[in-house]
Design a binder for this molecule. Sequence first.
Ligand code: WT7
Length: 635
Amino acid sequence: MSNYHIKNFPEYFHEYRKSVRNPELFWEEIAEEHFLWRKKWDNVLSWDFAKPEVKWFEGSKLNITENCIDRHLFTKGDKTAILFEPNDPKEPATHISYKELHARVNQMANVLKSKGIKKGDRVCIYLPMIPELAVSLLACARIGAIHSVVFAGFSANALATRINDSDCKMVLTSDGSYRGVKTIDLKGIVDEALESCSTVESVLVVKRIQSEINMKDGRDFWLEPLLAGASTDCEPEIMDAEDPLFILYTSGSTGKPKGMVHSTAGYMVYTAYTFKNVFQYRDSDVYWCTADIGWITGHSYIVYGPLANGATTVMFEGVPSYPDFGRFWEIVEKHKINQFYTAPTAIRALAKEGVQHVEQHDLSSIKVLGTVGEPINEEAWHWYDDNVGKKKAPIVDTWWQTETGGILITPIPFCTPTKPTYATLPFLGIQPALMDENGQEIKGNQAEGRLCIKFPWPSMARTIWGNHQRYKDTYFSAFENKYFTGDGALRDEVGYYRITGRVDDVIIVSGHNMGTAPIEDAINEHPAVAESAIVGFPHEVKGNALYGYVTLKETGESRNHDNLRKEINQMITEQIGPIAKLDKIQFTAGLPKTRSGKIMRRILRKIASNDTSNLGDTSTLLNPEVVQDIMDNVL
Ligand code: WT7
């Protein structure tokens, strides 16, 4: 029998060995004992990374919401499923029990159906961190509709691109959102986006900030009255294992965002099993992940993973700085949080404000601390360990990606001895490999290379929506018969992994995945701009910040450069969102290029990072003279 709950290091090794020797048997046992199936599978796994095609639990029938909600009703009906903490600390928190969640999801599912949403239809969700967001995901899953959540910080343009890419039939949004002292006009953004979206038939609007908004007749509907009139019963749609559960967009090295498609059964099994073990969740615990459900972390470890385990999961609407920098710790104290999961950028931002904010609060409930999204630097790791965990709560540095669906490399708390800045060991069933420049796997410990995964795991993305070729090119072409992550990593003398960062044109800013190409595309739309190149440079809070090199069409551009900088950042805000704004913009006479016309980002990266002692080989450059000029004018 497989061990669903790993409790010590020998158990980890024992199970890991099993999971690698006979993955099919390992996952079959986990799936069989801990989930509700309407029909069992005919085949545990079939795969071919050359196509690429991966299928888990083929032939099985299930509904993920039955697993996340219905099956807990008997034993945990009154337990809090979702604990909602509003932006304003004076507004009371809400506890939504499993029974209430069941009723609310079913009502929402019935509303979706009444508006014509059927199995397989795509529904775009553009909502702030309020309970309706989680309820919407689950309502889609209840009826077999494919949700596509777009983080409610993206611009109208970015929203429209995502709606159009997957032909969404409906948008779920709110009149607006709260963010600290600010409010954001979400419905206005949706209206603007929909001017260029022809597939959207209806827009359902949650009332949150009570603002005056436009409602388009026949298209827009307030959600509340519809929910009030909807039945609390909704038979779940019975899905096939490989039916898509959701699409989630992530940026890549070319302009268009990639709609990663996750399927049902494997995703459910893997997120549930990792949640249980990586956070060592016990029945009476209160778990809080501070991410937004607009990102994969929220999908897997606020909604599906925790609920599949019958956990209490916190949803926080606000920001760490409002009303002051003690807000996170106030919430930890108030709800007696046992597992706390956040990003290095948040840790660094809070550390900067001083320990007094932490010391004012009783954090003794904390058992496990988690981090995700980017490499955590040693200083931040120790600050977290000393001040939040008081050296008693193990830190799980969890490495994974939108594409992987769940955590792949991580310590298991109270099992794996932690090591600052190391994500440590592969989770059960995960077979990492480090590859050298010649495409060969580097065997043995003490190695550094490109991080690949050699064998399928249940929650891996199955394709890119509408573009399987791009899925193959991006993840399965760099190394034969392996999934390439885009990250570099090193392995120490005992086999622990440390993720060193992206080796492609993706930059992780404040834990958000930023492709350089979409930002460059946005800048290049400015009429004065000839071309541009974006690189990352180290930033004390964000991890990396964005540095833009911009060449203007007319070198004698008369406009004041600071105005132009503002305009460029304005373009980026409009095309993508404020998270993609550049910290520094340097105007250049030209960009260093290879003879084939490719911009040499390696050089630009070094200059932006003030690391010009060794620029490497510049002899292949078409225009070596621009390099000195760029160095002389660096910001
Ligand atoms: C990229 C994926 C999956 C959660 C949120 C990010 C970086 C993620 C870690 C970590 C070092 C990390 C990688 C990865 N990353 N977690 N613990 N240590 N780097 O999802 O937006 O798809 O970004 O985030 O570079 O490839 P994402």
